[in-house]
Design a binder for this molecule. Structure first.
Ligand code: HEC
Length: 108
């Protein structure tokens, strides 16, 4: 019984620093978002979609590392990877927004 209680306390104590770190992260995010408001909303949406959908299984790839045509092919492969991993594949509109974002920032 005593061991259980000790473990429980240990968990509680371990959880406290985690929460405070999250709170700090949230603050940082707010301040980073402010300057981006001058960009158009759809560009922000596309970037959010890209960062949200393309960093689930690996680090976020750098758009400038590939040419537009290569991104097009990569997206086909990634759709298959998502299906295999039971991650909802990109909808047509999401696919187009991400491809446009990648193409805009791609290596020319
Ligand atoms: C379901 C998991 C998953 C998601 C989500 C995912 N990928 Fe991948 N990705 C992989 C795997 C697995 C690999 C390893 C290479 C392979 O199997 O094709 C990879 C490799 C890559 C590579 C390296 C390709 C190469 O030939 O070395 C790029 C670039 C890439 N992904 C881009 C993306 C982009 C852009 C998105 C968002 C649209 C995305 N990934 C989303 C699983 C994923």
């Amino acid at each position: 019984m005593r061991i259980v209680r000790t473990l429980f306390l240990g968990l509680l104590l371990a959880a406290v620093p985690l929460f405070s770190v999250q709170a700090e992260d949230a603050k940082v995010d707010e301040s980073q978002e402010a300057p981006a408001q001058s960009e158009s909303t759809s560009a922000n949406d596309a970037e959010a979609l890209f960062t949200g959908r393309c960093a689930m299984c690996h680090q976020l790839p750098e758009p400038g590392m590939l040419k537009p045509k290569q991104w097009e092919l990569i997206l086909v492969t990634m759709q298959q990877r998502m299906q295999q991993a039971n991650v909802p594949p990109l909808q047509a509109q999401e696919h187009d927004m991400i491809l446009e974002y990648l193409t805009t920032h791609a290596r020319q």
